[in-house]
Design a protein around this ligand. Structure first.
Ligand SMILES: Nc1nc2c(c(=O)[nH]1)N[C@H]1C(S)=C(S)[C@@H](COP(=O)(O)OP(=O)(O)OC[C@H]3O[C@@H](n4cnc5c(=O)[nH]c(N)nc54)[C@H](O)[C@@H]3O)O[C@H]1N2
Ligand SMILES: Nc1nc2c(c(=O)[nH]1)N[C@H]1C(S)=C(S)[C@@H](COP(=O)(O)OP(=O)(O)OC[C@H]3O[C@@H](n4cnc5c(=O)[nH]c(N)nc54)[C@H](O)[C@@H]3O)O[C@H]1N2
Ligand SMILES: [Mo]
Length: 776
């Protein structure tokens, strides 16, 4: 298959049939299946779909990949990044030895020197400044066992509240929206709902490029009789939009007005399930009052979408028999993120469409292991979806870890990433340990981020598989083993857990992230209440067994799983318990939610201000298992287009690259398909500005300037789209800082989920002289 053949050939199937198999295989040039010594089971780490994969190994080296034919997620198929991305593992510039900064330069050293430098620094800070001077910023790309170990180390070992993941930039809003509506994080639906739905609604989700195997599944249904209808909500005419029955292209940042308008149509037309609303929800009257203020004409004015298009979109949802909705960054990273994502949950609550085949909500994840970051409490919650504001939950966790409840910080919500960086800026945070994320490219307003990471007052540890833009600013760099070089489990966007086996050894002295964290814990000599080691584990399986105990009784219950079982069954969806040993496809089939005051993961927040609901107030209105219908009024974005910056700037992805390209730019096929940064604009705007396709242009925001090649695309006039993948590790003059989209984005976040707003900023565009092309 050519690299540009992204979705491959069709294997049509009708509703409620089994999705046919199609096994995709990619082997290194000159290698045939006969040369492969063994196929090692794993799953994808280049998106959240959780496609089951097998790594081809020959003489201790990775020589290819194929989809697992029997995996229920992909039935053998490969995403294009997975087809080639494995090549990065053997890249000659993999980090293979620790480095420490000496006289301003990073120099190679041995593990003992690097780790003792970190441990001594942490000891000193604990003695001089206390636990709040130390923070951890981790990922959505490590394994469950690694997050769990880190969570125990940070919360019970160090005792700091400053532990968050890059999942904050990614799916904090997914987690928050689920908590606000259903009382707990946890995906209601399953990817198998694609097989049953008659309408699939995609809200700010370019699934064709970002979870391309799920798009193949949708395409295969579209190619058969009785295809589902699609509703696409995206300001760009993506491949999804092109196949949609209704495409709504709202102005960036106006999702909430659109959602309120759609909900109003459902109410006005009686497309609601009164009995479900009465029996299983609270808050309908408030929502109904509020959305009555959003008739199609008003919404049309706000969103720049035709009033009749809004009616058509609502009818599609309202008359669906089996509605599947998916939500991603077009909502989560946009203005009023949580409030908008919650309205998608509300559609399903109003229509009573949850827990049945085809009736699902997928508040999507983005990163392969983001779900694990959240459930292990390496994000803004306590392990096992426990409520930091509920003393009984804190005591329960303390007893699992055998520590005093007072050791686990719970005086305030766990600190969110943007606030951790703020503390570093203010110098109260003096040590930051960054694992498997590259904030010097992926965080908003990069000039500020660079200045924080470069501060003299900050001791920066960076644990990665390559020397990234962030690593270059570190005091200590730790070389990690990558996927395929270590063992562990991880959980995709529909709660499916896969075990990823070790296929080959890591390069040089690189070590599994888990081993690095556990080494640190041993050096710090963290102990439990009885003086026993806090993290007594020596391998991933032992950590998994400990996590099973921690998760037992909570929604993300793993207690019925084991490595042996995962090897046998291939994959399992949590909750998986004694009573549900095969796992659980759909949550909430019984219409009972996790909202009871004693159970819930949060007492919730005001969706507009983010201010938390206090325990007393929540208990006074205990929803006792009914879902919460929460509504909110639309407000204008914080940085709307202006005379000086007339465009709405949005940022996002292309199918060929993963994030900051540390892996995909090292796979020649993928890099060749998208070697340089571009900016998309409409033909009308291009004409006004005298810009032709391919011209070098400059995009300016109140923060900075980026240079890119113009691409005339099918995008709403007035909107610019810039992929955020391109940083500086592979350019000749990195100091120019004129390539990364996040030079332009603003420091601002959703008040409820604290997720940064990467998709609503103002910008201007101008043609650069055509001769300056290629001068980078
Ligand atoms: N190829 C590839 N796949 C990936 C990744 C990758 O880097 N590359 N990353 C993975 C990760 S971590 C994530 S989080 C997911 C993200 O997956 P997606 O969310 O699908 O990807 P994005 O391109 O960030 O944004 C989706 C769409 O939001 C639209 N959008 C922008 N602003 C608005 C708005 O105001 N309203 C609406 N309705 N839409 C808007 C954009 O036009 C864009 O098409 O992808 C995962 N999969
Ligand atoms: N403007 C803009 N900015 C965005 C977004 C956007 O749409 N627009 N999207 C946001 C989203 S959704 C996300 S998820 C983030 C992603 O942002 P980042 O997390 O910064 O992106 P990655 O390039 O995936 O960084 C992961 C790092 O982990 C390393 N790594 C990979 N595997 C391992 C491993 O096993 N161990 C260790 N130790 N390291 C490993 C990789 O080499 C890489 O350096 O970006 C966010 N930033
Ligand atoms: Mo993400």
């Amino acid at each position: 298959m050519a690299v540009t053949d992204i979705w491959g050939p069709r294997t049509p199937y009708k509703r409620a049939q089994m999705w046919p198999r199609r096994v995709d295989t990619e082997l290194a040039a000159g290698t045939t299946s006969d040369d492969v010594d063994c196929w090692v089971p794993t799953a994808s780490v280049l998106h959240s779909n959780g496609d089951g994969l097998e790594i081809a190994v020959r003489r201790g080296r990775i020589v290819g990949i194929r989809g697992r034919a029997d995996d229920r997620i992909n039935r053998g198929r490969l995403d294009v990044k997975d087809r080639y991305g494995w090549k990065a593992n053997a890249s000659p510039d993999r980090l293979s030895t620790p480095m420490v900064r000496k006289d301003g330069e990073l120099v190679p050293t041995d593990w003992d020197t690097a780790m003792s430098r970190i441990a001594e620094h942490a000891e000193d800070l604990l003695n001089s400044s206390g636990p709040s001077s130390i923070g951890f910023y981790t990922s959505g790309q490590l394994f469950l066992e690694e997050y769990y170990a880190l969570s125990v180390i940070a919360r019970a070992g160090i005792g700091t509240n400053h532990l968050d993941g890059n999942t904050r930039l990614c799916t904090a809003t997914a987690g928050e929206a689920l908590k606000e509506s259903f009382g707990s994080d946890g995906q209601p639906g399953t990817l198998a709902d694609v097989d049953h739905a008659d309408v699939i609604a995609l809200f700010g989700h370019n699934v064709a490029e970002t979870q391309s195997v799920t798009w193949m599944r949708i395409l295969d249904r579209l190619a058969a009789p009785d295809p589902p209808k699609l509703l696409c909500v995206d300001p760009r005419t993506t491949a999804v939009a092109r196949r949609a029955s209704v495409h709504l292209a709202p102005l960036p940042g106006t999702n909430l007005a659109l959602m309120n308008g759609l909900l109003r149509e459902l109410v006005v037309n009686g497309w609601i399930d009164d009995e479900f609303i009465r029996e299983h929800t609270v808050g309908f009257e408030d929502l109904s009052d509020l959305v009555s203020q959003y008739p199609p004409e008003r919404v049309s004015d706000i969103c720049g979408v035709g009033a009749d298009d809004i009616r058509h979109g609502a009818r599609l949802i309202g008359e669906a028999q089996r509605l599947l909705s998916t939500v991603l960054q077009g909502f989560y990273q946009s203005h009023q993120a949580t409030a908008s994502a919650v309205q998608v949950n509300n559609i399903h609550l109003l229509r009573g469409m949850l827990g049945r085949p085809g009736c699902g909500v997928l508040q999507m994840n983005g990163q392969p292991t983001a779900q694990n970051t959240r459930e292990c409490g390496a994000d803004g919650d306590l392990a096992g979806f426990r409520n930091w504001a509920n003393p009984a939950h804190v005591r329960e966790l303390a007893s699992v870890w055998n520590v005093d409840a007072a050791t686990i910080p719970h005086f305030a919500p766990p600190t969110h990433a943007m606030q951790i960086f703020r503390y570093a800026e203010q110098e109260s945070l003096k040590m930051l340990w960054v694992s498997a994320t590259n904030p010097a490219v992926s965080m908003p307003e990069l000039r500020r981020v660079r200045s924080i990471l470069s501060k003299e007052s900050l001791f920066l540890v960076v644990q990665d598989i390559f020397l990234t833009e962030t690593g270059m600013l570190a005091d200590v760099v730790l070389p990690a083993a990558a996927w395929g070089e270590k063992v562990g489990t991880f959980t995709n966007a529909d709660r499916t857990v896969h075990l990823s086996e070790k296929a080959v050894d890591p390069p040089g002295g690189a070590r599994a992230d888990l081993d690095i964290f556990l080494d640190f814990s041993r050096r710090m000599d963290f102990r439990d209440r009885d003086g026993r080691p806090l993290t007594p584990w020596s391998n991933a399986e032992a950590v998994f067994e400990a996590w099973k105990r921690c998760s037992a009784g909570r929604l993300c219950d793993y207690s019925g799983m084991s490595y042996a079982g995962l090897r046998e069954q291939g994959s399992v969806q949590w909750p998986c318990t004694d009573t549900a040993p095969g796992g659980t496809a759909r949550l909430y089939a019984d219409g009972r939610f996790w909202t009871a005051a004693d159970e819930c993961e949060t007492y919730g927040k005001d969706l507009i201000t983010g201010s938390p609901v206090d325990a007393t107030r929540y208990r006074a209105n205990d929803p006792k298992g009914r879902a919460l219908i929460k509504s909110a009024d639309y407000e204008t974005p914080h940085e709307p287009p202006s005379a000086q910056y007339p465009f709405a700037l949005i940022t996002g992805r292309t199918v060929y690259h993963f994030h900051t390209r540390t892996k995909t730019a090292r796979a020649p096929e993928l890099n060749g398909a998208a070697p340089e940064v571009w900016v998309e604009l409409s033909a009308a705007d291009a004409a006004t500005h005298g810009i032709r396709d391919g011209d070098p242009v400059e995009i300016r925001s109140p923060r900075s300037t980026v240079r890119a090649a113009a691409r005339i695309a099918d995008i709403r006039p007035g909107v610019l789209f810039l992929p955020f993948h391109y940083g500086y590790w592979d350019v000749e003059s990195p100091a120019a800082h004129d390539r990364a989209a996040n030079e332009l984005t603003l420091t601002d976040w959703d008040p409820a989920s604290k997720q940064p707003i990467f998709k609503t900023a103002a910008a201007a565009i101008a043609l650069l002289s055509r001769e300056s092309e290629g001068t980078r």
